[in-house]
Design a protein around this ligand. Structure first.
Ligand code: AMP
Length: 392
């Protein structure tokens, strides 16, 4: 299948899109429709000459935004649409061609991702209504982590919570962890061995990947578990919820909001969820920013060390995501905290690796360290093609 794939990532008030050719060198048309259903709705993106555009879409809903996106595809008709779907539960171990059955199954999984799956489903419904003849494929954030063994995915909770209610660890950012670890296998002489992946962006997660299979990951039932993130707390004592409720009278919604939106770098620094600003403020001796940086890096290193238990051998550490790809300071601190693994950086290479550059940044003696820019859209397009080419 050579014609392009349109990748759609639908949020409750936004649609991210990218038109991706089978030739990786072909220019991508990509953009974002945001603030949908408001007077401020707008579409912004880039054309095939790399020029950016902005288009007001006042009051537009998802369907109207999708029509505006299609009008920006410069006559390059997509052969298929690949939808990012956050939660596939245990039902989906790989991408699935969307039909009524698949939609019903995604709906049953919505209880596990009430903020994300309904928006993904709304996007699927709108694109199916607008383009009924185009094949559409769902690509799940959770699917790559379906290879976790029970010792990694089960919580130490009563069994019925798992068997009757699906409460277990699922993991997220699967397309990114899959892309980056597979790429490491392609470019490293060590091949598809054992890699620890640190996907560090606004959302952050780590994983242990062995022979292209995810064996453990830091996120769990929801994308709140694990390392500290831009505004998410990551791991806290599970007793915290009861404590906040009993001592401060907080409702479940209050607790959920604070842990998801007011914690992480933002909560610790009292300043910002943006790592660039944290680094600048920390250089200027801002105590909160310094603490936020320290906690962030320590949690990432601790998570990688813990996940190493899942790997028979450690071939290297892979950094990706906005922070992982760009922050030499974060990479330096994280690797510095893991000396027992024989990890060491080439400080000069580390310092200059940013801005979408792929590079090996270790000192050459122990396990490798790579910066590998992630390509979640590219992976979704590739999985969409694969799904359509291999269907019965
Ligand atoms: P993402 O969600 O993958 O787009 O990543 C967003 C995060 O990457 C934000 O915290 C940014 O501050 C961070 N980031 C982007 N560029 C840099 C940079 N040059 N140095 C440090 N952090 C960066």
């Amino acid at each position: 299948m050579n014609a392009p794939v349109l990748v759609i990532n639908c949020g409750s008030s936004s649609i991210k899109y990218a038109l991706i050719d089978s030739d990786p060198k072909a220019p991508r048309l990509a953009g974002l429709a945001e603030r949908l259903d408001s007077s401020d709705a707008r579409l912004q993106g880039s054309n095939s000459r790399g020029e950016s555009f902005q288009q007001p879409l006042s009051g537009a809903d998802h369907a109207q935004a999708l029509q505006a996106i299609f009008a920006r595809l410069e006559e390059r008709s997509p052969a298929a649409i690949g939808h990012r779907v956050v939660h596939g539960g245990e039902h989906f171990t790989q991408a699935a061609l969307i039909d009524k059955n698949v939609i019903d199954t995604i709906e049953t999984t919505a209880t596990l991702a009430p903020l994300h799956n309904p928006a993904n489903l709304a996007g699927i419904a709108a694109t199916r209504a607008l383009f009924p003849d185009l094949p559409q494929v769902a690509v799940f954030d959770t699917a790559f982590h379906q290879t976790l063994p029970p010792q990694a995915y089960r919580y130490a909770l009563p069994e019925a919570l798992y068997t009757q209610h699906g409460i277990r660890r699922y993991g997220f950012h699967g397309t990114s962890h899959a892309f980056v670890s597979q790429r490491a296998g392609d470019i490293s002489e060590r091949g598809a061995g054992g890699w620890l992946v640190a996907h560090l962006g606004n959302g952050c997660s780590t994983s242990a990947v062995w022979q292209n299979q995810s064996l453990d990951t830091s996120m769990g039932l929801t994308p709140l578990e694990g390392v500290a993130m831009g505004t998410r707390s990551g791991d806290v004592d599970p007793g915290l919820h009861a404590h906040l409720h009993r001592q401060l009278g907080w409702s479940l919604d209050d607790i959920d909001r604070v842990l998801n939106k007011q914690s992480g770098l933002y909560g610790l620094s009292g300043l910002t969820n943006d790592m660039r600003e944290i680094e600048t403020a920390a250089d200027g001796e801002h105590a909160g920013a310094r603490l936020a940086f320290d906690v962030f890096c320590y949690r990432v290193a601790k998570s990688l060390a813990a996940l190493s238990c899942a790997l028979p051998t450690l071939d290297g550490v892979l950094f990706t995501g906005g922070i992982g790809e760009n922050s030499s300071q974060v990479r330096k601190r994280v690797i510095h905290l893991l000396p027992h693994f024989g990890l060491a950086l080439d400080n000069d290479r580390n310092a200059i690796t940013r801005g979408g550059r792929e590079d090996r940044i270790d000192a050459g003696s122990g396990p490798e360290v790579w910066v590998i820019p992630t390509d979640e859209e590219g992976r979704i397009a590739a999985e969409t093609r694969h799904c359509l080419e291999t269907r019965a």
